[in-house]
Design a protein around this ligand. Sequence first.
Ligand SMILES: NC(=O)NCCC(=O)O
Length: 459
Amino acid sequence: MSACEFESLEDCLETHLPQAELTEVKRILFGKETKKLELPACAVEAASEHDFELKGYRFEAAQEQLRPPRRIRVGLIQHRIVLPTDAPILDQINAMHSRVGEMVEVAAMCGVNIVCFQETWTMPFAFCTREKEPWTQFAESAGEGNTTRFCQELAKKYNMVVVSPILEREELHDTLWNTAVVISNSGNVLGKSRKNHIPRIGDFNESTYYMEGDTGHTVFQTQFGKIAVNICYGRHHPLNWFMYSMNGAEIIFNPSATVGALSEPMWPIEARNAAIANHCFTCAINRVGTEKFKNEFTSGDGKKAHHDFGHFYGSSYVAAPDGSRTPGLSRTRDGLLVVEMDLDLNRQISDKWSFKGPSWSRLTHSPSGTAAEWLRGRLRPSSPHAAEQPVTGTEAAHQQLRWPIQPSEMSPTRPLAGQREGRCLRRASAPPLIRTALSGFLTDPPLPDMPVVFATDRL
Ligand SMILES: NC(=O)NCCC(=O)O
């Protein structure tokens, strides 16, 4: 059996292990069992009619006395490209719109509140080729492109937040970015999050096309919770997840495009570990299938010229802060994973294990007297941004570092088209210690003034 025919690890275990052993293996491999979510018959029928996998699970939290449950549903969509890579570009985009449109309709039947698509979902993952043409023609404006308009319609029609990762063309300077556009359930563009770690590994020749994103660690306040998007390669960097979580993210999406030979053993671990370490939910989404390109390409790694990347193995899943995770979607088929989660679980697990609190308080109450010293010692000794910022006691530190960012501290941003409200705290105006921390974590050498955005829509 070839790697692209192997359906899924979970199916294999279910088929071959006796029940008693299976229960133990699942407990150890996947954590506390995620219950199956009852999905409406019409959704099951529609998924079968449109030939995609539909799975539903739910994570539970304890009932609290002072806070109501915050149960919401997320939908993760993975799919293969619809038309061959040499079909006319507009046909390819339109075919992908219509495929994903039918999957979102099923997500709506399942009561999904926030849906996220895979990385650069409207196009083949052509960055292996290093050819600029015709692939750069897939790039669109984040605020006003056809794909954003299409997603705005879906968002309004189904009252659903849509996370739409695309190849972005910033029209003013014709700069390309790998960007997730976040659209509120009202249909407004809430903002965007640009991929901040760009791979040049194997055939992932993405640095030929775009630079590291400049949107900081953006967190979006939606009606259904605070969300962030850590695009693909960003998942290998623990501090990246940490910063999204420090900015208040309750759910971090990880839209990806990755292949078996390169990353499959890491896939089930990384997003799950991030959920554990940061007391939040994480959602890992990968495309499926093998995409063939007309011209052969090489990647300077001694391999013979070839026409494809290898197999994109799907296996999208959701992980919870208590270390449990859903089974993955198929390695070979298009699929929709619907997951109900109670966001109260984040705080419950944080109170129990307290991984994050100590990291933050170490940052603010450094025994050596300054956070900068702490950062120097632990992170990037040479960061020029690690200027001394004395912390003169707990109270002063708290005053200086109120966190998360309060609405009163935000300043209005230039709104994107269709965006009703947006606010951000510019790094330059952030308390110095936060600036220091962010510089230390983000870049070395540091990027120029980078917005740390906390975008919000009407609640
Ligand atoms: N799309 C992307 O960043 N892929 C890089 C390979 C990986 O992260 O597994």
